[in-house]
Design a protein around this ligand. Structure first.
Ligand code: PMP
Length: 324
């Protein structure tokens, strides 16, 4: 679908995956005015094709649009288009457990112009790709390095939008962490480098002395859909959960006091990713003996079972893609 100032969003169409023509002076190449989303379609235990809270992805796309000065899309129309795209050939959705069809809606500014201003032309595209299971060898804890040098996002910046620049600014830290044997970095706030924000492509939770804590959304953290779902589930189970500002020193102190019980990341790809080690201040903070915690496992099993239609869906999160 294309956008121009005179016509608005127009010319929605489904075409085979192919190369597209964009001018070298298109603003996307120079000023990064772009937003994207990521979600999955998968087969349920009963052979239905399901999506998980897809309306949330469309809402978040529009929130990102707002921050990046990109014209809003019609959320319902986008969701409808996405379903039609999936229905063109359901054979592209892999059937093995944990596998899915990854869906990537995104918008780029295509106006050929060299001055810095919100573009007058855009393209909204949705591409699909089958993906394998995140946990081919079963759920296992990851090692994460707390980032003390680089910053991903600052208050008032674009941290809460799903936009390319946030990921570009993350690459260097990610590269260094990987060289040191860590799979992702845990970002701290961009001002004091003290308060915990999120992991590369996940939100983060700490279970401290029986209470689950996750950083409060502050404008520089992506409002994860899995994060929101986990908070709902914990409340539903009457497990104490709070969204608040939490410093890395508090996390470290909890570890020293022996009450840092579990740490886990949440995101569409992994659903729940237990953290077995946090590297901070030249020290390896080993969480739960480096093993997957009981709550992390229960959350993973429950959420994936709800997503797969194996467990009741008390919150109405799962959306079926009906066959035409
Ligand atoms: N933070 C960042 C920076 C991400 O890229 C993602 C993945 N979309 C998340 C958090 C988790 O968000 P969600 O649960 O919506 O996938």
């Amino acid at each position: 679908m294309d956008y121009s100032s005179d016509k608005g969003w127009h010319d929605a169409r489904i075409i085979p995956y192919q190369q597209i023509t964009i001018e070298p002076s298109a603003m996307i190449f120079h000023y990064g005015q772009t937003v994207f989303e990521g979600l999955k379609a998968y087969y349920s235990a009963e052979g239905k094709v399901l999506l998980f809270r897809p309306e949330r992805n469309m809402q978040r796309l529009n929130q990102s649009n707002d921050r990046l000065c990109i014209p809003k899309i019609d959320e319902e129309l986008a969701l409808q288009a996405l379903k039609e795209l999936i229905n063109i050939d359901r054979d592209w959705i892999p059937k093995a457990e944990g596998t899915s069809l990854y869906i990537r809606p995104f918008i780029i500014s295509t106006e050929p112009a060299l001055g810095v201003h919100p573009a007058h032309q855009y393209k909204f595209m949705i591409i699909l790709s089958p993906v394998g299971s995140y946990y081919e060898e079963g759920i296992h804890p990851v090692k994460i390095a707390v980032e003390s040098k680089y910053v991903r996002a600052v208050a008032g910046g674009t941290g809460q939008a799903k936009t390319a620049g946030n990921y570009a600014s993350s690459l260097k830290a990610q590269e260094v962490a990987e060289e040191n044997g860590y799979s992702q970095v845990l970002w701290l706030d961009g001002v004091e480098k003290k308060y915990v924000e999120e992991v590369g492509s996940m939100n983060i939770f700490f279970k401290i002395n029986g209470e689950v804590v996750t950083p409060k959304l502050n404008g520089s953290i992506l409002p994860g859909i899995t994060r929101d779902s986990i908070i709902h589930l914990l409340k539903h189970w009457n497990v104490p959960v709070v969204e608040k500002r939490i410093s890395i020193d508090e996390v470290y102190q909890a570890y020293k006091d022996g009450v840092l019980e579990e740490v886990f990341g949440t995101g569409t790809a992994a659903v729940i990713s237990p953290v077995g080690e946090l590297y901070w201040n030249n020290e390896k903070v080993i969480v739960n003996g480096g093993q997957t915690g009981e709550l992390s496992m229960k959350l993973y099993n429950t959420l994936t079972d709800i997503q797969l239609g194996k467990e009741p869906d008390p919150f109405g999160w799962v959306v079926e893609v009906e066959q035409k």
